[in-house]
Design a protein around this ligand. Structure first.
Ligand code: PBG
Length: 354
């Protein structure tokens, strides 16, 4: 017996137009998009993308001393924290089920030099912070940059000679920095320097020294962006930075180039890739995710955070809702996760039921 399910579906170029119900010429009110939006339960039911605490990576800034929480003026709510306080924040992250923290040092100016030699000190702030966190909370992920900018007197990510950033000589140092951080207990090395060939060189050195399980998240498509300003305040490199980073970071006008950049990092052995900055580069994020199908992360950078906080402080936008909306946008654009200074606030909101 044939079972009939209503009218047979006719395939046409145009959806059928009912003769009645139109209140204005050409208006088709059979299809009403607002039906699915009419109540909270229905909106939840048709929601396409959902943010969870597993999507968050929390960047933290480290400073010397004990029991220190030094506010970063251009990043309201963000502090430079002494190692003991970093451990407390790691505990907070654990409780909030944030999977990973990212550690960035504020290096005392007296320890900065032309070659960033403090980067290779096994007892530097980053290594001490990694050790302290891992000792108390071995089950939280720890990510650290491979780059020289927190350590160089000129604020660049690489070695500077006669106004030029040297590629291969810098890579040799990044390799050493990465191995030292891995030995201190770092789980994910994140090369953020944009030198050519660094991912392959770091992978080879990590494997060679027995760190085959240490992951690499490449800052693969990283743009020469004005949105990094407050971060440079936080790590103390903005006043000293000579010139800009346009000879190694990408031109904000390019997108095809990001596909080449990411492709090379993937070929060299990156486990995960990142697009940076975040919201102004969602088109890049979507293309990278669709092209490679890699675990793909976005960095909602300091300037993006500062803009939201500043507008919210003025009462010009609702800070809380803007936070949620901006982080959801990353998921919609294809991100597997987001590095964000909002991580703890967002996680607290999610734990409280959204
Ligand atoms: C260092 C580095 C930067 C950021 C992360 N790692 C700044 C830069 O490249 O100048 C920016 C993060 C932020 O703005 O939040 N290479």
């Amino acid at each position: 017996m044939a079972i009939k399910f209503g009218r047979p579906i006719e395939l046409r170029d145009e959806p059928p137009r009912p003769a009645a119900a139109a209140t204005a010429p050409g208006l088709d009110l059979t299809i009403r998009m607002r039906r699915n939006r009419k109540s909270e339960w229905s909106r939840r039911m048709v929601r396409e993308h959902v943010l969870t605490t597993d999507d968050l990576i929390w960047p933290l800034f480290i400073t010397a001393g004990d029991n220190q929480r030094v506010p970063v003026p251009s990043m309201p709510g963000v502090f430079r924290l002494s190692v003991d306080q970093i451990v407390r924040e790691a505990e907070r992250a654990m409780k909030l089920t944030i999977p990973c923290i990212a550690l960035f040092p504020y290096t005392d100016p007296s320890l900065r030099d032309e070659t960033g030699s403090e980067a290779l000190n096994r007892d530097n702030l980053v290594c001490r912070a990694i050790g302290a966190v891992k000792k108390e909370f071995p089950d939280i992920g720890v990510l650290c940059d491979a780059a020289l900018d927190p350590y160089t007197s000129h604020g660049h990510d690489g070695l500077l000679r006669d106004g030029i950033i040297l590629n291969d000589e810098t890579v040799a140092l990044l390799v050493e920095q990465s191995v030292i951080q891995a030995e201190a207990g770092c789980d994910i090395i994140a090369p953020s320097d944009m030198m050519d060939g660094r991912v392959g060189a770091i992978r080879a050195a990590l494997d060679d020294r027995g760190h085959t399980d240490v992951q690499i998240m490449a800052y693969a498509a990283k743009y020469a962006s004005a949105f990094y300003g407050p971060f440079r305040d936080a790590i103390g490199s903005s006043k000293t930075l000579s010139g800009d980073k346009r000879t190694y970071q990408m031109d904000p006008a390019n997108v095809d180039e990001s596909i080449r950049e990411v492709g090379i990092d993937v070929a060299e052995g990156a486990d995960m890739v990142m697009v940076k900055p975040g919201l102004p580069y969602l088109d890049v994020l979507r293309r990278v995710k669709d092209t490679f199908g890699m675990p793909t992360f976005a960095y909602q950078v300091s300037g993006e955070y500062a803009m939201i906080m500043a507008a919210a402080a003025n009462g010009w936008i609702d800070g809380d809702r803007t936070m949620v909306e901006s982080l959801t946008a990353f998921k919609r654009a294809g991100a597997d996760g987001v590095l964000t200074y909002f991580a703890a606030d967002m996680a607290e909101k999610l734990k409280a039921g959204g």
